[in-house]
Write a protein that binds this ligand. Sequence first.
Ligand SMILES: *Cc1c(COP(=O)(O)O)cnc(C)c1O
Length: 229
Amino acid sequence: MVREQYLEVKQAVTCACEQSGRNGEACTLIAVSKTKPVEMLKEAYDAGCRDFGENKVQELLDKYDKLPSDIRWHMIGHLQTNKVKYIVDKVALIHSVDSLKLAHEISRQAVKKNVIVPILLEVNIAEEASKYGFKACEVMEAVAKIAVLPGILVKGLMAIAPFVENSEENRIYFQQMRQLSVDILRKNIDNVSMDILSMGMTGDYLVAVSEGATHVRVGSGIFGNRIYK
Ligand SMILES: *Cc1c(COP(=O)(O)O)cnc(C)c1O
C-alpha cells in the first residue's frame, strides 16, 4: 500500500513539474513519516524513497539507527535548542529554523562537530497564531543575521500553508513565498543561496509544485492518516 501511494505521489510530482515547464526531477518528494513505524518507512525506501521528514528529535534518532544510511533525514518540526546537539550531524536539512536563537545554537553545535548544516528559514506566510516561523517582513533581516554564522548555509525557505478545503486558496501564499525567495536572492548575501523552496503537503502539493516548490512534504498521502494517542 505504501509502495503504491509513494509511487503515485512521486509520479504526480514529476508531472506537475513538467507541466510548469521544469525538469521532472526538479522537485524532491519528502515522505513525512512521523508517527509511522519503521516497517512502513522501509516499504517507501524499497520503492525508491531516500528523503524522509520527521518532526521529533527522538523519533528521528530511533529511525535513523534502524534504517539504511543513504537516507536523507529532514527535520521539519519545531526544534528546541537543547536538542540541536543530537541531530546536527545526522540531518540533511533543517527546514524549521524559526528564531535567531535556534540558528545560533545550530551554528554553535555545527562548529563543535565540525560540520556544515544546511538550513531553511521557516516563514509563517499566512501569519497564523498557531504556527511558528518568521513573518514575511522579518525574513530579510533574519537571513542577513543568520548568514554570517559559521557552520550554517542558508539554502532557502520553508512554509506550512493554512489548512484549507480547496488547495487553490493557498496559491497566493505559495506565490508570496516564491517572490520572497527571489527578493532575498537578489540581495546577493554570502552563504545564502535560495535554491530550496520547501512548501506543499498532502492537501496542496500540486499547487505548490506549480508555484515553484523544490521540495514537497507529503505524509498522509503516502502513509495514510496519522493516529495520535
Ligand atoms: C506533518 C507535516 C507534513 C505532512 O502533512 P500531510 O498533510 O500529512 O502531508 C508536512 N510538513 C510538516 C512541517 C509537517 O509537520
